[in-house]
Write a protein that binds this ligand. Structure first.
Ligand code: MG
Length: 370
């Protein structure tokens, strides 16, 4: 039973190229399956989330991060009686537009584009992937996803002002996205705030003492866990604490969103869309805990001096390859040379680089700039 403000698949605004119904999968389930079968989805496995393979084979990459976000999103969507199929499809696709090398790659690609008066945005890139680059079906270009999934790709994490993005006007930029899309940005945070503490600790970038001192919510649960399991090994206590943090964030997101919906008398999807703010949110208390955790990760993990060399190198690889192809467009694959005639050369190079895995971009850099 879906809540009255959930997205109903039978009321979907549909696909760009109409298709007949599948006998036993609804349109959002089909979108989910199309995403999983996309090449760009498989490449997430070889893209850095935070740590490269140099550290460990069992740290998160973009694919396993995506799966964690998907699991949390399905659970929360279900608890709120939202459309879990739509939430699942949106979570699976949420990072598909990320370039190689995590945040460093994104920063470098954007800097390279700014030199040509352009920019790189991973949400807009994700839309280009599903609309155009994925060529799987004879009947239409791209994955021909439903409107609600395309809208969620654009709007899940930020707002795009209608006046600055006329090309996105079909996505109802003056309205809020459905709750299923609003959730994704927050479940993404739940997933990485806990996972990055885990991987950061395992990578020895942070000690247990530093985390206990710098992350108040961690320290509180640590006290509880240490009383319950005084003789457990540290790593298992650590895991017990992370589990409690994840549960607290997820519980709070469910409870707080539910009470906002009640307080604002939200009774339909139109009410969600026309509400002045996003309704999916943490409570102020948990939001502060989330922010403290995030600030700690920024200082001790993401901007840790031990990661600096690798990030600088990643940025250098992106910039050098970008500039090489700007000067030698004939060295681009034929398909991109053709496309550069319709769109600009910098955009084509950006698209090409953004689609690469860490491994492939190193290979290309070695070949052309090595
Ligand atoms: Mg993510």
């Amino acid at each position: 039973m879906l809540a009255p403000y959930a997205v109903r698949v039978e009321q979907s605004r549909g696909r760009r190229f109409p298709e007949s119904q599948h006998p036993y999968r609804n349109d959002f389930q089909r979108d989910r399956d199309r995403i999983i079968h996309a090449r760009a989805f498989r490449r997430l496995e070889a893209k850095t989330q935070v740590f490269t393979r140099r550290y460990s084979d069992h740290f998160r990459d973009r694919l396993t991060h995506t799966l964690e976000v998907t699991q949390i999103s399905r659970t929360i969507a279900g608890a709120l009686a939202l459309n879990a199929d739509l939430a699942e499809a949106l979570a699976l696709v949420h990072d598909i537009g990320h370039p190689p090398f995590g945040h460093a790659g994104e920063k470098a690609l954007n800097a390279a584009m700014l030199d040509h008066g352009l920019s790189f945005d991973h949400n807009l890139h994700a839309l280009r992937i599903v609309e155009d680059f994925e060529q799987r079906y004879a009947a239409f270009p791209g994955l021909n996803l439903t409107f609600e999934v395309r809208e969620g790709i654009i709007k899940h994490s930020r707002d795009y002002a209608a006046k600055d993005y006329p090309e996105l006007s079909q996505y109802l930029l003056d309205q809020r996205p459905p709750l299923e899309a609003q959730l994704i940005d927050l479940t993404d945070e739940i997933a990485y705030n806990t996972a990055d503490l885990d991987d950061g600790y395992e990578a020895h970038l942070v000690t247990l003492e530093e985390i206990r001192e710098g992350v108040p919510i961690f320290e509180r649960f640590y006290g509880e866990v240490a009383q319950l399991y005084p003789h457990a090994p540290n790593k298992l206590k650590f895991n017990e604490v992370l589990k409690r943090i994840l549960n607290r964030f997820a519980d709070d997101l469910i409870q707080n969103t539910r009470s906002s919906l009640t307080q604002s008398a939200i009774r339909s999807l139109d009410d969600v869309r026309n509400h002045p703010e996003r309704l999916a949110a943490f409570s102020p208390v948990v939001n502060a805990e989330r922010q403290q955790t995030k600030d700690f990760l920024h200082e001790f993990v993401y901007f840790s001096p031990s990661l600096a060399d690798e990030k600088d190198n990643a940025e250098r690889v992106v910039i050098e390859l970008f500039n090489f192809w700007m000067e030698n467009p004939k060295a681009l694959p034929h398909h991109y040379q053709e496309k550069a005639k319709e769109e600009s050369l910098p955009r084509m190079i950006c698209d090409y680089i953004a689609g690469m895995t860490d491994h492939f971009i190193f290979e290309q850099h070695e070949k052309y700039c090595g």
